[in-house]
Design a protein around this ligand. Sequence first.
Ligand SMILES: Cc1cn([C@H]2C[C@H](O)[C@@H](COP(=O)(O)OP(=O)(O)OP(=O)(O)O)O2)c(=O)[nH]c1=O
Length: 193
Amino acid sequence: MTTLILASASPRRKELLEQIGVHFSSLAVDIDESVRSGELPAVYVERLACEKAQAGFDRSDNSDALVLGSDTSVVIDDRILGKPSSEDEAVAMLMSLSGKEHQVMTAIAVVGSGIKASQVVTTQVKFNVLDEKTCRQYWATGEPADKAGAYGIQGLGAVFVKSLSGSYTGVVGLPLTETAALLQKHGITIWHR
Ligand SMILES: Cc1cn([C@H]2C[C@H](O)[C@@H](COP(=O)(O)OP(=O)(O)OP(=O)(O)O)O2)c(=O)[nH]c1=O
């Protein structure tokens, strides 16, 4: 049986993978997350997911393991929003999403011996109109700091979301339908088989 390693430090990704009954271990990887000049958002998230999976495979001492990596970015008008590094940046990100539709792109990638596969899952999210005071109060809760686009749909940030079309779990960080299919294709068992 192939063993699975999740190359991630994200508690959300761990919880999501546990949710579908997959057995795995985790490994934190550190890669350079800078965007290359002219790099398209979908190309960027897919490259990062592949680099995380590859870094996990290189670090693991089990060459029979399959390593899963993932990356999430919020995209508004083709601009990539990663994690905010300050209150002002978070407020600017949230205000740029206010009253508009944006995309959340999450890429998943697997790397194993002779295996390299990846996929990007895009979800459309419409935001309510926000005001700056609310954005500052939201920053003070601590929730936005470690999240792409400075919000968490699974937390207090749920009140900002008017509608969504696509993968809810993809927005949280790991699109479960596509992840289950990718893992099963490479010999990993999920809850039912
Ligand atoms: C939009 C959105 C993002 N996020 C999170 C998902 C990701 O964990 C994070 C984006 O950062 P990532 O760089 O994708 O991942 P990470 O640094 O948290 O973890 P890893 O170790 O796997 O690299 O934003 C939410 O939790 N909820 C949301 O609604």
